[in-house]
Design a protein around this ligand. Sequence first.
Ligand SMILES: *[C@@H]1O[C@H](CO)[C@@H](O)[C@H](O)[C@H]1NC(C)=O
Ligand SMILES: *[C@@H]1O[C@H](CO)[C@@H](O)[C@H](O)[C@H]1NC(C)=O
Ligand SMILES: *[C@@H]1O[C@H](CO)[C@@H](O)[C@H](O)[C@H]1NC(C)=O
Ligand SMILES: *[C@@H]1O[C@H](CO)[C@@H](O)[C@H](O)[C@H]1NC(C)=O
Ligand SMILES: *[C@@H]1O[C@H](CO)[C@@H](O)[C@H](O)[C@H]1NC(C)=O
Ligand SMILES: *[C@@H]1O[C@H](CO)[C@@H](O)[C@H](O)[C@H]1NC(C)=O
Length: 265
Amino acid sequence: MLRKNVLVVLVFLPLLATAPDAQPDGESCAPATCGNLTIKYPFWLRGRQPAHCGHPTFAVTCDDATPPILNDSYLRVLAIHYGNSSVVAFYASLVGGPPCLATRFNMSSTLALSLLAISRANSELLLCANCTRTPPAGAGAVAVNCTGFRGGGEWFLSLNPMYDPGGPALAEETMGCRYSVVPVMPGSELRSVRDYAGLVRRGFLLEWTVPGDCDACSASGGQCRYDVGAMAFRCFCPGGRLQPATCGEFVKAMQFFLLVDQHAG
Ligand SMILES: *[C@@H]1O[C@H](CO)[C@@H](O)[C@H](O)[C@H]1NC(C)=O
Ligand SMILES: *[C@@H]1O[C@H](CO)[C@@H](O)[C@H](O)[C@H]1NC(C)=O
Ligand SMILES: *[C@@H]1O[C@H](CO)[C@@H](O)[C@H](O)[C@H]1NC(C)=O
Ligand SMILES: *[C@@H]1O[C@H](CO)[C@@H](O)[C@H](O)[C@H]1NC(C)=O
Ligand SMILES: *[C@@H]1O[C@H](CO)[C@@H](O)[C@H](O)[C@H]1NC(C)=O
Ligand SMILES: *[C@@H]1O[C@H](CO)[C@@H](O)[C@H](O)[C@H]1NC(C)=O
């Protein structure tokens, strides 16, 4: 029985070795951990795993002192939800400073990571700067003292439960402000200016879409990979073969041979 198994494997070996883009791999892309996060495709740990373990945009730099950095940007990752392809991250540049600094913040220009979009499930924090009018009482706006910062007028913070990617047209129309939008977690509440630091630090939701069907590859018995040279998704199949989508026919053939072998034994 044992000899027969060895024979089957030997028959397969030359086939595998001729796979054109075969590469040494093995267990090097096994899920890794960084703090309390599990890092697996499309994420990968820069410096600890080879680049083909994940997509370039989802390079995570693990620095034990602070939440990990995403793709060398200002984004720091607090949680990764693989089930619904979303990430909770915060902007390091906003944390620790006064709300007045958020005027420098422009989400659409800062977030050049095209495969990650700010989730519409978020709420949004509006920093209304240089306002020409005082917001009506009951609008939920809290005054911020930004004396000494660029722009005059009055400054306010308010919270909109719905994140609006088109920008806060209402705030502009009703208060005549320059505004900045900072996404915050769904269900956030703003009672006073003191809540700002905590809201920014809790982060916001981002949703990712990456080329390739990782679930289908995994279901076919493969592991998800990224071919850095070809800039394309690959499915790493048993025996070391890289396929464009799933292990499909190859795994079926393996199972067939094993079945034949069992019956023969
Ligand atoms: C994971 O660690 C971060 C700090 O690095 C913390 O903010 C977060 O709450 C932790 N999450 C869980 C689920 O423990
Ligand atoms: C994804 O699921 C997690 C946990 O179930 C949840 O907290 C998060 O809000 C979800 N993400 C989105 C974008 O709805
Ligand atoms: C943010 O940046 C985008 C693109 O760079 C620009 O079109 C938009 O006007 C900016 N918004 C603000 C509020 O500065
Ligand atoms: C990752 O970050 C770099 C800059 O650090 C940027 O040039 C690149 O576009 C980012 N990757 C993607 C795919 O957005
Ligand atoms: C606003 O801050 C400035 C400088 O920090 C201070 O001089 C001023 O008294 C503050 N104004 C109010 C209304 O608290
Ligand atoms: C602030 O508002 C005043 C008018 O109230 C205007 O003259 C000034 O240019 C504005 N500053 C900025 C930076 O928008």
